[in-house]
Design a protein around this ligand. Structure first.
Ligand code: IMP
Ligand code: MG
Length: 187
């Protein structure tokens, strides 16, 4: 079998520029793994992954953890062009299962306005977890519209729309092994 690895060059969106390379991401994920291990020790952890964007990040992050981990999923869609509109957020918690008294860690790809994470954590609290914390790979602090910070943050970024490493634009580019910023839309 021939080795085609060296040829892999996924298509970038037009006008996009590389913001974070695979090595930057790996470093951030390793550091997050250490912080989470410090926080929970060997306690069993119930990870809630916010699909689909956090899929790739979660698969790397949970492999940095050495406590017993259960994986649960929720789906969040925030029908957006370039701006998130709170009325259009749709959460599906049907696969979540029982969280009572569990140590719950919600994993999302990016904290933007904060509305998704606020709505989600508000719902999760009604299920009486023993503890509830949040982790995001990217934090666009300047875009925040609600009072919410993640407990664990990989990297702050400026106000760019980004794709790759699980993040999409119109369903595409989740498979990029790096993170790229799309050009700002025309005013
Ligand atoms: P928020 O509710 O505005 O904080 O938006 C959070 C959700 O919007 C994330 O879970 C992402 O799915 C999506 N999102 C926010 N910013 C970006 C981005 O730059 N690229 C891709 N998806 C994004
Ligand atoms: Mg999302």
């Amino acid at each position: 079998m021939t080795d085609k690895k060296a040829c892999l060059a996924p298509a970038l969106p037009p006008g996009a520029r590389r913001l974070l390379g695979a090595e930057d991401i790996r470093c951030a994920v390793n550091t997050l793994g250490l912080a989470i291990r410090d926080c929970y020790g060997q306690r069993e952890l119930t990870v809630v992954v916010v699909l689909k964007g956090a899929l790739v990040f979660t698969s790397d992050l949970i492999r940095q953890l050495d406590m017993p981990v259960r994986l649960r999923t929720v789906t969040a869609r925030s029908y957006r062009g370039c701006a998130t509109s709170p009325e259009e957020l749709e959460l599906n918690l049907s696969e979540l299962g029982d969280l009572r008294d569990r140590d719950v860690l919600v994993i999302d790809d990016v904290l933007d306005t904060g509305r998704t994470m606020l709505a989600l954590t508000t719902q999760l609290r009604t299920r009486s977890p023993g503890s509830l914390r949040t982790v995001v790979l990217l934090d666009k602090k300047s875009r925040r519209e609600v009072a919410l910070e993640a407990d664990f943050v990989g990297m702050p970024i400026d106000d760019h729309f980004v794709v790759g490493y699980g993040l999409d634009h119109d369903g595409l580019y989740r498979n990029l092994p790096f993170i790229a910023a799309l050009p700002n839309p025309e005013p």
